[in-house]
Design a protein around this ligand. Structure first.
Ligand SMILES: [Zn+2]
Length: 473
């Protein structure tokens, strides 16, 4: 038997061991919590916008031609959204919505000759990351006259470069940032915009460099074989065809579309080569999307001039880090409709950052990881001129209403506006559009406008470039 003294000694020993274990336990739990938190907030994010990428010309979305084999491969680790919708057919306005999560009439950015820059009072996703104090931010765009500092698109980016450049030039700059300028001990938010699928990057419709040039166009013998002889300015040529000033037969249109595919193939090759070489997929989210699509006279237009689905549907692929593949149940396609404005709040949630301020988009992240059952994204207004919702589309074109059943008529050829069985649905969609218009107006009114000194001043060179792209007269 132990005497009292021994018992006390043993008891004290036991107590101190308990304390020690308790301290170890608390340290372990706290350490794990902190480590988790630390890990969650340290993922890198790369947001890629491939300008003018029409969804059904990508192999991933049904084009049987191997236009984008690298994106197909990359998307095997990701979530592929089949019904993502943009807000407009315009590059600047659409990107302002991508970065802020606001609709065009709410952020108020316009592109005309005396355009309106993105109001600095709004938050961009780059500012969200920068305000954490530990994220690095960098943005590289390939549109010199819109996606630039004059339009305040650089808000929140510590490093920001813009200018009309090919994917090779833009990605070279990004590589230099990744290797030489970036602090490897800190996480980053990186925005990459490529312009190559757009017509007229080098003054011609969809001019891809070799070996992509000629890949699908070498057999064409039509009158637009040599662009230098026909018209050195691709976009103006295409918009002239919208006004029937230039005639295009089916073979010509196919040829122009084939050139577009070559531009997409080049873009696919370059962006995926960069991602595969420089990105650590263990701890990086990659989001690939576009600002709008492109049309080839499926209706009456070339380029991106209407709000038909060829223009307003966009690709959206989210590739979670390797270690989170299970959590996101990656390798799947998502049928529900989502919007470009949902991207900012969703990324912030993925980064465990505070909720997006002044934002009309919805956070899809809890739904993507299965915490909520229903997709939170709502109807998709496109300006105040169209609404895509629940398999239907209402479209006001040249003061006339159109209504399409997208499930039965994905080509949007049959206008059902006069069919009485859809009257309730049509009225409901008109109401939703007007509610969005009111909400946009409220948001705009609550924001202080830029003062006189911040008004846009364009150089002659910029105006000339915009004219050549067919955007201003
Ligand atoms: Zn664009």
């Amino acid at each position: 038997m132990l005497d009292l003294k021994q018992e006390n000694k043993m008891g004290n020993l036991f107590k101190s061991k308990c304390y020690l274990w308790a301290i170890v336990f608390i340290w372990f739990v706290l350490g794990n919590i902190l480590a988790c938190k630390h890990k969650k907030n340290n993922h890198n994010f790369i947001l890629v916008s491939l300008d003018t990428t029409r969804i059904d010309r990508l192999s991933l979305y049904g084009n049987e031609r191997p236009v984008s084999p690298n994106i197909v491969e990359l998307a095997k680790k990701g979530l592929v959204f089949d019904q993502a919708v943009t807000v407009t057919e315009n590059t600047l306005i659409s990107h302002a919505s991508l970065l802020t999560g606001l609709y065009p009439a709410a952020h108020g950015t316009t592109y005309e000759e005396n355009g309106t820059p993105l109001n600095q009072a709004y938050h961009t996703i780059a500012e969200d990351f920068l305000s954490t104090g530990h994220y690095q931010t960098a943005g590289f765009t390939a549109h010199g006259t819109w996606l630039n500092k004059k339009f305040n698109i650089d808000q929140g980016f510590q490093v920001f470069k813009s200018g009309f450049r090919s994917a090779d030039v833009v990605l070279k700059e990004v590589e230099e940032w990744m290797i030489q300028m970036r602090d490897p001990t800190k996480p980053y938010f990186l925005f990459i915009h490529l312009f190559d699928p757009h017509s007229d990057r080098d003054g011609r419709p969809y001019q891809a460099p070799k070996p992509f040039f000629g890949r699908w166009t070498s057999n064409y013998k039509g009158k637009y074989h040599n662009w230098d002889e026909v018209n050195p300015n691709g976009s103006l040529f295409l918009t002239a065809s919208n006004r029937d000033k230039i005639s295009l037969n089916d073979e010509d249109i196919r040829h122009i579309r084939d050139q577009y595919d070559e531009g997409l193939a080049y873009t696919d090759n370059r962006i995926c080569r960069f991602l595969n070489k420089y990105v650590n997929f263990e701890d990086t989210f990659v989001i690939i999307t576009s600002d709008h699509g492109e049309e080839f006279k499926e209706h009456e237009y070339m380029l991106h001039s209407s709000l038909y689905d060829q223009v307003v549907r966009i690709p959206l692929i989210i590739i979670p880090p390797n270690r989170m593949q299970k959590k996101y149940n990656a390798h799947r396609r998502i049928k529900e409709q989502v919007r470009i404005v949902d991207i900012r709040p969703t990324i912030l949630s993925m980064a465990s950052l505070p909720e997006a301020q002044l934002c009309q988009g919805k956070n899809l992240n809890p739904w993507l990881i299965g915490d909520v059952y229903e997709c939170p994204a709502g109807p998709a207004p496109i300006y105040h001129l169209a609404l895509r919702w629940d398999g239907y589309k209402l479209y006001i074109k040249k003061y006339k209403y159109y209504f399409f059943n997208l499930r039965k008529d994905p080509e949007e050829k049959v206008n059902l506006i006069d069919q009485t069985k859809f009257s309730d649905c049509i009225n409901n969609m008109k109401n939703i559009l007007s509610q969005y218009a009111q909400e946009d107006k409220r948001i705009r009114e609550n924001i202080e406008y830029l003062n006189e000194n911040n008004k846009l001043i364009r150089t002659e060179e910029e105006l000339k470039k915009l004219r050549s792209l067919g955007y201003i007269k």
